[in-house]
Design a protein around this ligand. Structure first.
Ligand SMILES: *Cc1c(COP(=O)(O)O)cnc(C)c1O
Length: 337
């Protein structure tokens, strides 16, 4: 394999610092779905703990349990609707479960009753995204079910959360109104949610008035900026993908990374980090326009900390930087420094 993903712990810690300072006094929940956005969960979690991060957001129960094995004392939030068996494991591992359907709430309550172990949940109100989340008309029933289970000692509603569309400020403001109304309704019923969370990277950074007590942030912690191009003070890319030159011909250079390694084949025409243009992405290699003095064996950066970021490449093909990073094959070695 002539390609590798170099990952800078120093850049990651710097980003965590920048994000934490910017969003304080809200707490940071580092989102680690998709193997920490391709950077590696087993690296990201210990590094984040060393920086004082107390909350980790894992999409599914299986990866949340991997986090628990590394982080016995962290609060770990898993929000994918899961099976009874997974919910039971989650309850025993003291995970915080995100709950977006009445059925999942009942399942968790019944597993907690069976295990005689109090489950911790964050109820999700649908504020317009219609992905997952209790609809406003279902909220009162869910609150009643949850409060009964709290009084029976099998549940603790520790949080309320939602996810923003981030399509327009006006829509996000409207979503926040729905969110706060749901929180009030829970409080009126005697609930005492401590964690209120609505925002991911962009809204946490740019819309302080929407932040709750906790910000769920993935992209910016890994130095993946959003597509709008705005500069993020103190944030830099953590991962750099590079590959070796494997062939130099008169007008074309080949590097040893291709579509099977996760480089999108539609990147034809894009400029990579060393300034060369991609002519074609094949299965296991990529053809670049030749540059002066190109040498076999030399390493070139495709994207990363240098001139071209994952988001720069993503913008060429109408996607987001996260997709460029999470596509990098797990077979491409990660080099941590
Ligand atoms: C992925 C995700 C996040 C983090 O989003 P970023 O834009 O990467 O910060 C937050 N919350 C939920 C529910 C997510 O799925």
């Amino acid at each position: 394999m002539s390609a590798r993903l170099d990952i800078s712990t120093e850049a990651f810690l710097g980003n965590l610092r920048a994000v934490t300072e910017r969003t304080a006094p809200a707490e940071l929940m580092l989102v680690t779905k998709d193997d920490a956005y391709g950077h590696g969960l087993e690296w990201a979690v210990p590094a984040a703990l060393s920086a004082g991060v107390e909350w980790i957001g894992s999409y599914d129960v299986a990866s949340a349990l991997r986090v628990r094995a590394i982080a016995p004392h962290a609060r770990i939030f898993a929000w994918a609707t899961s099976s009874g068996a997974e919910a039971a494991e989650a309850i025993e591992a003291d995970l915080d479960l995100g709950v977006g359907t009445a059925e999942y709430l009942r399942l968790i309550v019944s597993e907690a009753e069976r295990l005689k172990h109090r489950a911790r949940v964050h109820l999700k109100i649908d504020t317009g995204l219609h992905r997952n989340g209790l609809r406003p008309e279902e909220w009162a029933d869910a609150v009643a079910t949850a409060r009964r289970a709290e009084e029976a000692g099998v549940l603790r509603v520790t949080g309320v959360w939602s996810h923003l569309a981030e399509a327009s400020d006006a829509e996000d403001d409207e979503a926040q109104r729905g969110f706060l109304a749901a929180v009030d309704e829970l409080r009126d019923a005697g609930g005492t949610p401590r964690q209120l969370h609505l925002t991911a990277s962009a809204a946490s950074w740019w819309r302080p008035e929407l932040r709750g007590t906790l910000c769920r942030i993935g992209a910016f912690c890994y130095g993946i900026r959003s597509a709008d191009g705005s500069d993020l003070e103190g944030i830099r890319p953590v991962a750099s993908l590079s590959a070796d030159v494997v062939d130099v011909r008169e007008d074309v250079v080949r590097i040893g990374i291709g579509a099977l390694d996760g480089l999108p084949s539609i990147l034809t025409g894009a400029t990579i980090g060393n300034g060369a243009r991609i002519r074609r992405v094949d299965g296991t290699w990529t053809e670049l326009e030749c540059w002066q003095g190109a040498r076999r064996g030399e390493a070139v950066e495709v994207f990363g900390a240098g001139a071209v970021s994952a988001t720069d490449l993503a913008e060429r093909i109408d996607t987001v930087g996260e997709e460029i990073l999470t596509r990098v094959s797990p077979l491409v070695p990660r080099r941590y420094a």
